[in-house]
Design a binder for this molecule. Structure first.
Ligand code: THU
Length: 143
């Protein structure tokens, strides 16, 4: 169980240790908090065919979906940074991941809290997904 932002960020940082990022040398971890307190995490998964790479948020969402929990995402923490450790800058989800998160949010009928952090350091930003991707298209539009 990890519900406090700091605990969810810690889970995202732990997941980043499993990043497969030999091309960008940029490791990212994501940890999803599910309704009820379970945490599902993922790390970025790069590929020698660079454009096929998957973000950490996408990997975590696929894991939640595989557990039948896609509609249960309450919050996400994202933590990333250079493997060489040159920066403490925070990482915010890319546009594609914001869209994928929106699918989970609309399925669950709720907004998702998004915590953004670096691999190290105390910097933390917290947003509502709806503010990161306003006026999003999603499953609710297909109803
Ligand atoms: N990346 C993520 O996993 N999540 C983000 O929010 C931003 C970018 C990954 C993709 C790629 O493997 C590496 O970071 C550099 O872009």
């Amino acid at each position: 169980m990890a519900s406090a932002p700091a605990e969810l960020v810690a889970a995202a940082r732990a997941a980043a240790a499993h990043a497969h990022a030999p091309y960008s040398r940029f490791a990212v971890g994501a940890a999803l908090l599910l309704d009820g307190g379970a945490v599902v995490s993922g790390a970025n998964l790069e590929n020698a065919s660079y454009g096929l790479s998957l973000c950490a948020e996408t990997a975590a969402l696929a894991a939640a979906n595989s557990a039948g929990r896609l509609a249960d995402v309450v919050a996400i923490a994202v933590a990333g940074g250079s493997i060489e450790g040159k920066s403490n800058a925070i990482v915010r989800p890319c546009g594609r991941c914001r869209q994928l998160l929106t699918e989970a949010a609309q399925l669950g009928g709720r907004d998702i809290v998004v915590h953004c952090a670096g691999l190290t350091g105390d910097a933390l930003e917290t947003h509502q997904l709806s503010a990161l991707l306003p006026l999003a298209f999603g499953p609710a539009d297909l109803a």
